[in-house]
Design a protein around this ligand. Sequence first.
Ligand SMILES: O=C(O)[C@H](O)COP(=O)(O)O
Length: 327
Amino acid sequence: MGLDIKSVLIVDGVGSNCADILNSHNIQVTTKAKISKDELLKEISNHDALVVRSASQVTKEVLEAGKKLKVVGRAGAGVDNIDVAAAGSRGIGVINAPGANAMSACELTCGLILALARHVVPAAAALRAGKWERTQHTGTELNGKTLAILGLGRVGREVAIRMNAFGMKVIGFDPFVTSEQCEQFHTSKMELDEIWPLADYITLHTPLIESTRNFINSNSLKRCKKGVKIINVGRGGLINEKDFLEALQSQQVGGAALDVFEQEPPTDPLTLEIIKHPAVVATPHLGASTKEAQVRVGQEIAEQLVNLVKPGTYSTPLAEVTRVLSK
Ligand SMILES: O=C(O)[C@H](O)COP(=O)(O)O
C-alpha cells in the first residue's frame, strides 16, 4: 500500500515535466516558481508533499507548518537547505535526485577551470569596453598542472576524467573512496596535508556537512602554493569567506571561480567584495542550470513520488535521505 499523496507543492522553478508526470497520475500540483518564507509557511499546510531546489529553506518551522506533509523532494542533489533531522523526527521523508544534475555541475566546473587559466572573463570584459588587451591576459596551460579534487563523488570523478584529458595531474581527497576506485578515474588519492602544497587548482565537490564547513580557511590556504586557483561549484559554506578575501588580497589565492555562496543571493558586503575582486569569476549558482539536468531532476523526483503512491510504477529507485517512509 502506497502513501496517500493527493496534493504536491512545487517551488523554486522546478521543470514543468515534474508537474506533468504527477498530474498524469491524478496527483494535484500547485506550482509557485518563487515563494517567500511567509507564503511557504502558509501554503505548506495544504499539501502532502513539497518539491524544492536550493532556494527555499525547508526549516523545522516549515516542516511543523506542513500538518499533512509526508515527503519533501529535492529536485537536485544537496539537501543542506532541508532540516533532514527535523523531517525524520516528524516522520516526513526526504528524497533527492543525486546523480541527475552531476554532469551539468561537472561541465560548469571544467569550463571555469579553463576560464581561469586563460583569463576569458576579464579579457572579454575589457574588449567589450573597447580595450584590446593582449599581454595583460597571457594565461597558463593546464597541461602538466596539478588539479586537486576535494570530494570524489558523482561530480568530482567526472571532473577528474575530463581534466585528465587536458593533461592535468589529478589528485584527490575523499575519505569514502579507495585508492583502487580512484585509479578508475585516473586520480591519485592523497591526504589533505599532502594535497595543499601540490595543487595548482583546487576544486570543491563535497556536500556541506559539519565536517566540511569552512574546509577552505586561513590554515589550509596558507599551506597552498602561492597563487593557487580555487573553484567552487559545490556549496558556499565550504569556504570561509573572510579568510578567502584576505587570501585574495594578499594574492595567496591567484584566481577563483565561485558559483555558490554562503548566502544566496549574496548581500553580505564581504561576499560582494569577493565577487567584485578582479581575480574572481562569479556565477549565480548555475551548476545544475541546464535544460538536460532540469528535465532529469524533475522527472526523477516526480517518478519517485509516484512510486511512493503506487509502488513499482517506474523503475526509478527511491533516493531516500531519511529512512522513515518504510516505518
Ligand atoms: O545541490 C544541487 O543539486 C545543486 O547545487 C543544484 O541546485 P539547484 O537545484 O538550486 O540549481
